[in-house]
Design a protein around this ligand. Sequence first.
Ligand SMILES: Cc1cc2nc3c(=O)[nH]c(=O)nc-3n(C[C@H](O)[C@H](O)[C@H](O)COP(=O)(O)O)c2cc1C
Length: 263
Amino acid sequence: MQEPETAGAAGAPISSETIETLLNRVSVRGFTDRPVAPETVDAVLRAAFRAPTSSNIQAYSVIVVRDPEIKRQIAPITGNQPHVTAAPVFLAFCADLTRIAHACRRHGHDIADNNLEIGLVSSIDAALVGMSAYLAADSLGLKGVMIGAVRNDAVATARALGLPHRVYCVFGMCLGWPADIPKQKPRMAFEALVHQDRYGVLRGNCTMVEEVADYDAALAAHYGSVGKPTTPDSWSHEMDRKFVPQLRDDLRAQLRALGFDFR
Ligand SMILES: Cc1cc2nc3c(=O)[nH]c(=O)nc-3n(C[C@H](O)[C@H](O)[C@H](O)COP(=O)(O)O)c2cc1C
């Protein structure tokens, strides 16, 4: 008889250190005063730079922000999220087209009026480096949270970080030694997210509508258990509030001003 997919050879659940790390991951927003050594951040980033990169473009740069004054400039852009100033280290993961622009210039070309593909792949590259850095940091006991709110005003973030033309901050990351580890937020059911061979062929015959309703209830129960006010249709309500009206609707114009045309 074939082993069930969730079981190893001896019937034990399939697991590994990396799988356990991922299964236990949670965003952490509270940090102790313990400093994070520059060598530690360097080690984390060196590992992260081994992330795959589309066609080897390596179209990212990371700004390691420790200066409280620069963190104080970034915080209001993020809606004054307290962890942005409280974290010992704030990493800014940037899509960076400057080196590609240089390479093309050497061949008599420019990348003015650049298209969606280069904007996307550089942003994907930065995201892969960011998550890899998070996992490398976590393996040392560091914790943190990603900060997409830097894109509330991408131009102001670029100014605060001194980013040149054709560099934008895709997201930031607060990093430090955790003061406490919050309770994990539930995720949508595995069955709702994984399709077999073709979209819509879900395991267990669940429907998207049922899965969202179940998740609304699970998230409402979670928020109830941690004392966070919510509605019975917690997740659906959050999504509606977040995306209607459209979030960061001026982002395209802002990124264009920074040299990403997304044409
Ligand atoms: C790209 C990205 C941007 C995020 N931006 C913020 C942010 O600005 N502020 C914040 O507190 N959390 C931010 N988060 C964290 C999410 O809110 C969090 O991952 C999500 O609620 C799920 O919770 P968990 O990570 O604890 O499982 C961000 C996460 C990602 C991936």
